[in-house]
Design a binder for this molecule. Structure first.
Ligand SMILES: O=C(O)CCC(=O)C(=O)O
Length: 285
Protein backbone atom coordinates (compact mmCIF):
# COMPACT_ATOMS: atom_id res chain seq x y z
CA UNK A 1 0.00 0.00 0.00
CA UNK A 2 1.37 3.40 -0.94
CA UNK A 3 2.31 5.54 2.04
CA UNK A 4 0.63 8.93 2.30
CA UNK A 5 3.61 10.34 4.20
CA UNK A 6 5.66 12.41 1.77
CA UNK A 7 9.31 11.47 1.47
CA UNK A 8 11.81 13.88 3.03
CA UNK A 9 13.03 16.24 0.37
CA UNK A 10 16.77 16.77 0.19
CA UNK A 11 17.59 19.45 -2.33
CA UNK A 12 20.95 19.87 -4.04
CA UNK A 13 21.88 22.88 -6.19
CA UNK A 14 24.81 22.18 -8.50
CA UNK A 15 26.70 25.43 -9.00
CA UNK A 16 28.57 24.13 -12.04
CA UNK A 17 31.76 25.52 -13.62
CA UNK A 18 30.55 25.86 -17.23
CA UNK A 19 33.05 25.93 -20.11
CA UNK A 20 32.84 26.28 -23.89
CA UNK A 21 33.11 22.47 -24.27
CA UNK A 22 29.56 21.04 -24.32
CA UNK A 23 30.65 17.45 -23.81
CA UNK A 24 32.83 18.40 -20.86
CA UNK A 25 29.91 20.35 -19.36
CA UNK A 26 27.63 17.32 -19.67
CA UNK A 27 30.29 15.10 -18.06
CA UNK A 28 30.88 17.57 -15.22
CA UNK A 29 27.14 17.90 -14.63
CA UNK A 30 26.80 14.13 -14.51
CA UNK A 31 29.56 13.63 -11.95
CA UNK A 32 28.13 16.37 -9.70
CA UNK A 33 24.57 15.04 -9.99
CA UNK A 34 25.77 11.55 -9.02
CA UNK A 35 27.82 12.99 -6.16
CA UNK A 36 24.76 14.86 -4.84
CA UNK A 37 22.67 11.69 -5.09
CA UNK A 38 25.33 9.68 -3.23
CA UNK A 39 24.92 12.19 -0.39
CA UNK A 40 21.18 11.59 -0.26
CA UNK A 41 19.81 14.35 -2.51
CA UNK A 42 16.54 13.37 -4.18
CA UNK A 43 15.77 16.72 -5.86
CA UNK A 44 18.73 18.03 -7.83
CA UNK A 45 19.00 21.28 -9.78
CA UNK A 46 21.44 22.39 -12.48
CA UNK A 47 22.09 26.02 -13.49
CA UNK A 48 20.75 28.10 -16.35
CA UNK A 49 22.66 27.42 -19.58
CA UNK A 50 24.72 24.63 -18.02
CA UNK A 51 25.89 23.12 -21.32
CA UNK A 52 26.99 26.32 -23.08
CA UNK A 53 28.60 29.66 -22.28
CA UNK A 54 25.96 32.29 -21.54
CA UNK A 55 25.75 34.81 -24.39
CA UNK A 56 23.46 35.56 -27.33
CA UNK A 57 26.23 34.71 -29.81
CA UNK A 58 26.58 31.21 -28.33
CA UNK A 59 22.91 30.20 -28.30
CA UNK A 60 22.51 29.41 -32.05
CA UNK A 61 25.79 27.44 -32.07
CA UNK A 62 24.92 25.32 -29.01
CA UNK A 63 21.18 24.96 -29.65
CA UNK A 64 19.78 21.43 -30.01
CA UNK A 65 16.51 19.53 -29.97
CA UNK A 66 14.89 18.61 -26.66
CA UNK A 67 13.31 15.57 -28.34
CA UNK A 68 16.49 13.63 -29.01
CA UNK A 69 19.49 15.98 -28.60
CA UNK A 70 22.61 14.90 -26.67
CA UNK A 71 21.87 17.08 -23.65
CA UNK A 72 18.38 15.71 -22.92
CA UNK A 73 19.67 12.16 -23.39
CA UNK A 74 22.45 12.88 -20.90
CA UNK A 75 20.04 14.54 -18.44
CA UNK A 76 17.59 11.65 -18.57
CA UNK A 77 20.42 9.18 -17.87
CA UNK A 78 21.69 11.32 -14.98
CA UNK A 79 18.25 11.41 -13.33
CA UNK A 80 17.81 7.67 -13.78
CA UNK A 81 21.27 6.77 -12.50
CA UNK A 82 20.91 9.19 -9.58
CA UNK A 83 17.37 7.90 -8.89
CA UNK A 84 16.42 11.52 -8.21
CA UNK A 85 14.21 14.26 -9.60
CA UNK A 86 16.33 16.51 -11.80
CA UNK A 87 15.52 20.10 -12.74
CA UNK A 88 17.91 20.18 -15.67
CA UNK A 89 19.01 23.82 -15.54
CA UNK A 90 18.53 25.17 -19.02
CA UNK A 91 19.94 24.68 -22.49
CA UNK A 92 19.55 26.59 -25.74
CA UNK A 93 16.79 24.64 -27.50
CA UNK A 94 16.21 24.67 -31.25
CA UNK A 95 12.62 23.84 -32.17
CA UNK A 96 12.67 21.96 -35.46
CA UNK A 97 9.07 23.02 -36.22
CA UNK A 98 9.31 26.80 -35.90
CA UNK A 99 13.10 27.05 -36.25
CA UNK A 100 13.26 29.32 -33.20
CA UNK A 101 15.67 29.10 -30.27
CA UNK A 102 14.46 29.03 -26.67
CA UNK A 103 16.12 29.04 -23.25
CA UNK A 104 14.63 25.78 -22.00
CA UNK A 105 14.58 23.82 -18.77
CA UNK A 106 13.74 20.12 -18.96
CA UNK A 107 12.65 18.23 -15.85
CA UNK A 108 12.98 14.48 -15.10
CA UNK A 109 11.64 11.98 -12.59
CA UNK A 110 13.85 9.35 -10.91
CA UNK A 111 13.11 6.93 -13.80
CA UNK A 112 14.67 9.39 -16.21
CA UNK A 113 11.34 10.34 -17.82
CA UNK A 114 10.91 13.95 -18.88
CA UNK A 115 7.98 15.24 -16.80
CA UNK A 116 8.05 18.91 -17.75
CA UNK A 117 9.64 21.62 -19.83
CA UNK A 118 9.86 25.36 -19.26
CA UNK A 119 10.87 27.84 -21.93
CA UNK A 120 11.96 31.09 -20.25
CA UNK A 121 8.94 33.35 -20.61
CA UNK A 122 10.51 36.72 -19.74
CA UNK A 123 13.59 37.32 -21.86
CA UNK A 124 16.56 39.06 -20.23
CA UNK A 125 16.70 42.36 -22.09
CA UNK A 126 18.32 45.08 -20.00
CA UNK A 127 20.55 48.11 -20.54
CA UNK A 128 22.31 49.59 -17.51
CA UNK A 129 24.58 52.23 -19.14
CA UNK A 130 28.28 51.68 -18.46
CA UNK A 131 27.56 48.40 -16.62
CA UNK A 132 25.67 45.78 -18.55
CA UNK A 133 23.66 45.52 -21.73
CA UNK A 134 22.17 42.12 -22.54
CA UNK A 135 19.45 41.41 -25.10
CA UNK A 136 18.45 37.76 -25.07
CA UNK A 137 15.83 38.54 -27.71
CA UNK A 138 18.62 39.06 -30.26
CA UNK A 139 18.69 35.29 -30.70
CA UNK A 140 16.04 33.79 -28.39
CA UNK A 141 12.25 33.63 -28.45
CA UNK A 142 10.11 33.57 -25.28
CA UNK A 143 8.08 30.62 -24.09
CA UNK A 144 4.33 30.92 -23.76
CA UNK A 145 3.36 28.98 -20.65
CA UNK A 146 3.99 28.81 -16.92
CA UNK A 147 5.36 25.54 -15.60
CA UNK A 148 4.52 23.35 -12.62
CA UNK A 149 5.49 19.70 -12.16
CA UNK A 150 4.21 16.96 -9.86
CA UNK A 151 6.73 15.11 -7.71
CA UNK A 152 6.55 12.66 -4.80
CA UNK A 153 7.06 15.67 -2.51
CA UNK A 154 4.29 17.80 -4.02
CA UNK A 155 4.05 20.30 -6.85
CA UNK A 156 6.97 22.54 -7.83
CA UNK A 157 6.88 25.68 -9.97
CA UNK A 158 9.78 26.32 -12.34
CA UNK A 159 11.03 29.58 -13.85
CA UNK A 160 14.33 30.67 -15.37
CA UNK A 161 16.41 33.56 -14.03
CA UNK A 162 14.79 36.82 -15.27
CA UNK A 163 11.39 35.11 -14.72
CA UNK A 164 12.12 35.60 -10.99
CA UNK A 165 11.76 39.39 -11.38
CA UNK A 166 8.06 38.91 -12.09
CA UNK A 167 5.97 38.08 -9.00
CA UNK A 168 3.02 36.57 -10.84
CA UNK A 169 4.32 33.07 -11.78
CA UNK A 170 5.42 32.40 -8.17
CA UNK A 171 2.15 33.77 -6.81
CA UNK A 172 0.13 31.57 -9.15
CA UNK A 173 2.27 28.52 -8.33
CA UNK A 174 1.79 29.04 -4.58
CA UNK A 175 -1.97 29.51 -4.88
CA UNK A 176 -2.16 26.39 -7.04
CA UNK A 177 -0.47 24.39 -4.28
CA UNK A 178 3.24 24.33 -5.19
CA UNK A 179 5.54 24.10 -2.17
CA UNK A 180 8.52 25.62 -4.02
CA UNK A 181 9.58 27.76 -6.93
CA UNK A 182 12.88 26.74 -8.46
CA UNK A 183 14.83 29.09 -10.71
CA UNK A 184 17.94 27.98 -12.58
CA UNK A 185 19.52 31.41 -13.12
CA UNK A 186 22.65 33.33 -14.03
CA UNK A 187 22.59 36.83 -12.60
CA UNK A 188 25.75 38.87 -13.10
CA UNK A 189 28.16 40.92 -11.01
CA UNK A 190 26.10 44.11 -11.55
CA UNK A 191 22.55 42.96 -10.78
CA UNK A 192 23.54 39.94 -8.65
CA UNK A 193 24.64 41.84 -5.53
CA UNK A 194 21.65 44.18 -5.83
CA UNK A 195 18.78 41.84 -6.54
CA UNK A 196 19.52 38.09 -6.58
CA UNK A 197 18.93 37.34 -2.89
CA UNK A 198 16.35 40.08 -2.48
CA UNK A 199 14.16 38.74 -5.28
CA UNK A 200 14.44 35.19 -4.01
CA UNK A 201 13.47 36.22 -0.47
CA UNK A 202 10.64 38.38 -1.79
CA UNK A 203 9.14 35.56 -3.85
CA UNK A 204 9.45 33.22 -0.84
CA UNK A 205 8.02 35.61 1.73
CA UNK A 206 5.15 36.92 -0.40
CA UNK A 207 4.04 33.39 -1.11
CA UNK A 208 5.18 31.63 2.08
CA UNK A 209 6.90 28.94 0.04
CA UNK A 210 10.42 27.62 -0.58
CA UNK A 211 12.45 29.28 -3.33
CA UNK A 212 15.73 27.96 -4.74
CA UNK A 213 18.10 29.43 -7.31
CA UNK A 214 20.94 27.63 -9.10
CA UNK A 215 23.67 29.62 -10.88
CA UNK A 216 26.74 28.61 -12.85
CA UNK A 217 30.04 29.26 -11.06
CA UNK A 218 31.81 32.51 -11.99
CA UNK A 219 34.43 32.37 -14.75
CA UNK A 220 36.33 35.65 -15.05
CA UNK A 221 37.75 34.54 -18.44
CA UNK A 222 34.22 34.21 -19.91
CA UNK A 223 32.37 37.10 -21.55
CA UNK A 224 29.58 36.91 -18.92
CA UNK A 225 30.48 36.91 -15.24
CA UNK A 226 27.84 34.93 -13.36
CA UNK A 227 27.05 36.00 -9.81
CA UNK A 228 26.96 32.48 -8.33
CA UNK A 229 25.46 32.45 -4.80
CA UNK A 230 23.03 29.58 -5.51
CA UNK A 231 20.65 29.60 -2.55
CA UNK A 232 17.68 28.07 -0.80
CA UNK A 233 15.19 30.32 0.98
CA UNK A 234 12.47 29.15 3.37
CA UNK A 235 8.79 30.14 3.54
CA UNK A 236 9.58 32.81 6.17
CA UNK A 237 11.98 34.48 3.72
CA UNK A 238 14.97 33.07 5.62
CA UNK A 239 18.12 32.06 3.71
CA UNK A 240 18.55 28.37 4.59
CA UNK A 241 21.73 27.70 2.59
CA UNK A 242 23.88 29.61 0.14
CA UNK A 243 27.41 29.70 -1.30
CA UNK A 244 29.93 32.08 -2.89
CA UNK A 245 30.89 32.21 -6.59
CA UNK A 246 32.97 29.03 -7.05
CA UNK A 247 31.86 25.58 -8.22
CA UNK A 248 30.00 23.98 -5.33
CA UNK A 249 26.97 21.94 -4.32
CA UNK A 250 24.47 23.57 -1.97
CA UNK A 251 22.42 21.08 0.07
CA UNK A 252 19.26 21.69 2.06
CA UNK A 253 16.81 19.39 3.82
CA UNK A 254 13.44 20.96 3.14
CA UNK A 255 11.09 20.66 6.11
CA UNK A 256 7.80 20.95 4.25
CA UNK A 257 5.85 21.32 7.51
CA UNK A 258 7.38 24.82 7.80
CA UNK A 259 4.98 26.05 5.14
CA UNK A 260 1.84 25.17 7.12
CA UNK A 261 3.43 26.40 10.34
CA UNK A 262 4.38 29.78 8.92
CA UNK A 263 1.06 30.17 7.09
CA UNK A 264 -0.74 29.46 10.38
CA UNK A 265 1.36 31.97 12.30
CA UNK A 266 0.92 34.74 9.72
CA UNK A 267 -2.27 33.76 7.85
CA UNK A 268 -1.96 35.91 4.74
CA UNK A 269 -3.91 33.33 2.73
CA UNK A 270 -7.10 33.94 4.74
CA UNK A 271 -6.65 37.69 4.87
CA UNK A 272 -6.47 38.56 1.19
CA UNK A 273 -8.99 41.12 -0.05
CA UNK A 274 -10.10 39.68 -3.35
CA UNK A 275 -13.01 42.13 -3.15
CA UNK A 276 -10.39 44.87 -3.76
CA UNK A 277 -8.08 43.15 -6.26
CA UNK A 278 -8.18 40.12 -8.50
CA UNK A 279 -6.90 36.67 -7.54
CA UNK A 280 -4.26 36.37 -10.25
CA UNK A 281 -4.36 32.56 -10.09
CA UNK A 282 -8.01 32.64 -11.22
CA UNK A 283 -7.53 35.06 -14.11
CA UNK A 284 -7.02 33.07 -17.30
CA UNK A 285 -4.80 34.72 -19.89
O1 LIG B 1 17.63 40.02 -14.06
C1 LIG B 1 18.86 40.08 -14.03
O2 LIG B 1 19.45 41.02 -13.51
C2 LIG B 1 19.69 39.00 -14.64
C3 LIG B 1 18.87 38.04 -15.44
C4 LIG B 1 19.67 37.04 -16.15
O3 LIG B 1 20.86 36.99 -16.05
C5 LIG B 1 18.99 36.03 -16.96
O4 LIG B 1 17.78 36.10 -17.13
O5 LIG B 1 19.68 35.13 -17.45
Amino acid sequence: MASSVPKACKLALIQLAVTADKEANLGNARSHVLEAASRGANLIVLPECFNSPYGTGYFPEYAESIKDGPSVKALSAMAKDAKAYLIGGSIPERDATDGKIYNTCTIYNPDGEMIGTHRKVHLFNIDVPGKIRFQESETLSPGNKLTQVDTDFGKIGVGICYDMRFPEPAMIAAREGCFAMIYPGAFNTTTGPLHWELLQRARALDNQMFVATCSPARDMSASYHAWGHSSVVGPAGDVIQTTEEKQDIVYADLDLSKIAEFRQNIPLGDQRRFDLYADISKVNP
